[in-house]
Design a binder for this molecule. Structure first.
Ligand SMILES: Cc1ncc(COP(=O)(O)O)c(C=O)c1O
Length: 465
């Protein structure tokens, strides 16, 4: 099977790639698949989303570039990894490259879910079954099912749930909600969307190369030394605190005691926690799956979550955000009312077909099927953890998340990423791409088919024996 990677062409790749695709004809390859050489499953289509090269567009408008976008660094982490992978494929056209980098799902969506989506899609061709725009907040039945499945007895009700096209979109919508004047804190390392959306909104200063941070963001260091939970006595007050548990990339899940401290910290400071629970179903230990398990959290927290990693919905696109009525701004105005306004203005509601799939996910068979999907990736995680443990590495995460965080003390993450790619043809993710505290670590994703995971682990054993 051919795999597709999305790739934004950069001048760095243009010289090598252009021999395959014509001389710098970037405008002509927009959104086409370009096949890099390779055999069988190693044949890769690079989906080009190229911008016209500067020379080809002599005309310029009089519109100034958004200075906040100019602050962003070279590229979002994953396009940069895709660029390196594409360059590797050019160098080793016959290699079987195994992607354990980006956290994209690989297993098929359970049939009970696709059947519901197919039926909904078919009904759209009938007079009775057709529906156009739906409620911007999501279908009532789905909102109720999310509330009762994930937040039963936690005080969260149907009208606190806003259904969306995924957690990532909601993270950006939340930034629009808060505006450019708020200050924010993130776990270091963390999922890059929090920092990048904050920069785009203008909440930060410039990127400071020497410390590898943006000015005006509070980076909360999370390392093995502090059990991947920040020392809150050293964290400055901010308006917003992004907190992801189980965490991407470290794979660690915060305990009840730790989250109780976090909620108290937010309360003492009058801050709002944006809690990302996209991996909650991966929790195996006795640890919270929602911030709302912590008493009082409804006054200081909202929560984003997603079907992406439970049901293979990374392509279908469906998530939700919980904004409790009790969460208020300093003037007493409910945050949910403003979020509703943002959702109505910037989003017209999730796809009706995707929502039918979401509802099927939350049926008894759907829940069972999602547990099977999650269980499969958890088996992959164990295989990867056992491999690195057997090789004598310090390995973190994995138990409550589909990510394994491997320590290479004293080494640069990008260097290790390069070594693994060069010698094993396995794509991982360099830890420093998630923040300065990720330096010296590499994230190995457990999203992959079993054959690939086993083969990758065999190659890791050969490299590091
Ligand atoms: C922590 C975290 N939040 C959110 C997302 C995005 O989820 P979605 O596919 O719903 O946009 C991801 C995806 O990798 C993630 O790791």
């Amino acid at each position: 099977m051919n795999s597709v990677i999305h790739h934004t062409f950069s001048p760095a790749l243009s010289s090598s790639a252009s021999s395959l695709i014509g001389q710098n004809k970037f405008t002509e390859i927009r959104m086409q698949n370009v096949y890099l050489p390779g055999k069988g499953s190693s044949r890769v289509a690079v989906k080009c989303v190229a911008s016209p090269s500067v020379e080809q567009t002599a005309y310029t408008t009089k519109v100034a570039r958004n200075e906040n976008l100019a602050k962003l660094q070279a590229g979002y982490l994953f396009p940069e990894i895709a660029r390196k992978r594409a360059a590797h494929m050019l160098k080793y056209p016959d290699a079987k490259v195994i992607p354990l980098g980006i956290g994209d799902t690989t297993e098929r969506i359970p049939e009970v879910i696709t059947t519901a989506m197919a039926e909904r899609a078919k009904a759209l061709s009938t007079k009775k079954g057709y529906s156009g725009y739906g409620a911007e907040q999501g279908e009532k039945q789905l909102r109720a099912a999310i509330a009762s499945t994930f937040y039963q007895n936690l005080g969260i009700e149907e009208d606190d749930i806003f259904v969306s096209d995924g957690a990532k979109s909601d993270i950006s919508r939340l930034q629009v909600l808060f505006g450019s004047k708020v200050s924010m804190a993130v776990q270091d390392p963390s999922y890059p969307a929090y920092v990048d959306s904050s920069v785009i909104l203008g909440q930060t200063g410039l990127y400071q190369k020497d410390v590898e941070r943006f000015a005006k963001i509070e980076y909360m260091r999370c390392t093995p030394e502090n059990d991947f939970f920040p020392d809150l006595s050293n964290v400055a007050r901010t308006d917003i605190i992004f907190f992801c548990s189980p965490n991407n990339p470290t794979g660690s899940a915060a305990s009840r005691e730790q989250l109780t401290q976090l909620v108290q910290f937010a309360k003492d400071n009058g801050s709002i926690i944006v809690y990302d629970s996209a991996y909650a179903m991966y929790v195996s230990e006795d640890k919270p799956r929602s911030i709302f398990e912590i008493p009082g959290a409804e006054e200081v927290a909202l929560e984003v979550s997603s079907f992406s990693k439970y049901a293979g919905f990374t392509g279908v696109r469906l998530g939700w955000t919980v904004v409790p009525k009790q969460l208020k701004y300093s003037d007493g105005f409910p945050v949910a009312n403003d979020f509703n306004r943002i959702v109505c203005t910037a989003f017209n509601g999730a796809s009706n077909i995707a929502q039918a799939g979401g509802l099927a996910c939350l049926s008894p068979e759907g829940i069972k099927a999602m547990h099977e999907v999650v269980g499969f990736y958890k088996e992959n995680t164990k295989i990867i953890m056992d491999t690195f443990n057997s090789l004598g590495f310090n390995v973190y995460g994995g138990v409550n998340a589909p990510y394994v965080w491997v320590h290479f003390p004293g080494r640069s993450s990008w260097e290790v990423f390069g070594e693994i790619l060069e010698k094993t043809h396995v794509v991982t993710t360099p830890g420093s791409g998630f923040g300065p505290a990720g330096e010296g670590f590499v994230r190995v994703s457990a999203f992959g088919n079993r054959e690939n995971v086993l083969e990758a682990c065999k190659r890791f054993k050969e490299l590091y024996k």
